[in-house]
Ligand binder design. Structure first.
Ligand SMILES: NC(=O)c1ccc[n+]([C@@H]2O[C@H](COP(=O)([O-])OP(=O)(O)OC[C@H]3O[C@@H](n4cnc5c(N)ncnc54)[C@H](OP(=O)(O)O)[C@@H]3O)[C@@H](O)[C@H]2O)c1
Length: 248
């Protein structure tokens, strides 16, 4: 298959592009600054460039950059530019479709609704917090809260499975996580101490992220990891310990 991958120079798209290539698919890496032989120019601020980047492919891996309120219009324009692409796999966030009130989740929900309304064949992935995030040992969450986490490689495995088994994931939304740990458990794996800071402090640098951590703490994500892994045994889900050790 020939697959266009947005965000291919970033965490999710990079992992997806690498796995697609490993599995023998043809990859079109969409970036604002083409450098790699598989790169094509595409800019979320210029839907015409996306239309060209998405021409004549069998599938599109669509991520949206964190760009505040404009994420929704950029994402919806990207969906429109992909109207001829046979299968769009959009990566959103866990429980983004639940009306969480978290600004960067609600923008993704708007893109999800648009995709489902206008495209005949889509899959939405709802990844949890990335294991690759920096600063996981200092968080505005209580030390007893177990945070849902996902390895970027597991997002890629899920996306590639969706492209390779389109009927199984036809017009489905799947929230995905690899493991679930408390801050102190994550810190112990990293050989350090967990530092809890307040949501008021988090507000001062990002009201959006503070809203997300408040939701995680007060409502909690609805994602049953054992049930998910039982449904998708072909994915070699990483534990956080294995993922960190693999990068040591
Ligand atoms: N971090 C988490 O825990 C987490 C969890 C769930 C969901 N998410 C979501 O994941 C998304 C970010 O994904 P990521 O972490 O994989 O990305 P990333 O590593 O931050 O990389 C950003 C990517 O976006 C591309 N990009 C930025 N602006 C662009 C534009 N105007 N046009 C075209 N491409 C553009 C960049 O490509 P070029 O610079 O090469 O153009 C780059 O490949 C966000 O929407 C975030 O909310 C994150």
């Amino acid at each position: 298959m020939k697959i266009a991958v947005t965000g291919a120079t970033g965490t999710q798209g990079g992992a997806v592009a690498r796995l697609l290539t490993e599995r023998g698919h043809e990859v079109r890496r969409v970036t604002r600054n083409p450098k790699h032989p598989d790169d094509v120019h595409g800019d979320f601020d210029n839907p015409d460039s996306l239309e060209q980047a998405f021409a004549d492919v069998d599938g599109l891996f669509l991520m949206t950059p964190l760009s505040g309120p404009s994420e929704a219009s950029q994402g919806k324009a990207a969906v429109d530019a992909a109207r001829h692409v046979p299968h769009v796999v959009f990566t959103s966030a866990t429980n983004a479709d639940r009306g969480t009130g978290i600004p960067h989740f609600d923008t993704k929900a708007e893109i999800e609704r648009h995709l489902a309304a206008v495209h005949p064949h889509w899959t939405v992935l709802g990844p949890a917090a990335f294991m690759s995030n920096k600063g996981f040992v200092a968080l505005p969450i209580p030390p007893t809260l177990k945070l849902h986490l996902i390895a970027p490689e597991d997002i890629a495995a899920m996306a590639v499975l969706a492209f390779e088994q389109p009927a199984r994931f036809h017009n489905r939304r799947v929230d995905i996580a690899s493991d679930q740990l408390t801050g102190p458990e994550m810190a112990a794996i990293r050989g350090t101490e967990f530092v809890e800071y307040s949501l008021a402090q988090a507000e001062t640098y990002s009201p959006d992220l503070a809203a997300m951590f408040r939701y995680f703490t007060e409502t909690g994500l609805d994602l049953d990891i054992p049930a998910l892994h039982a449904e998708l045994p072909e994915i070699a889900w990483h534990s956080y310990a294995n993922w960190v050790t693999g990068r040591a």
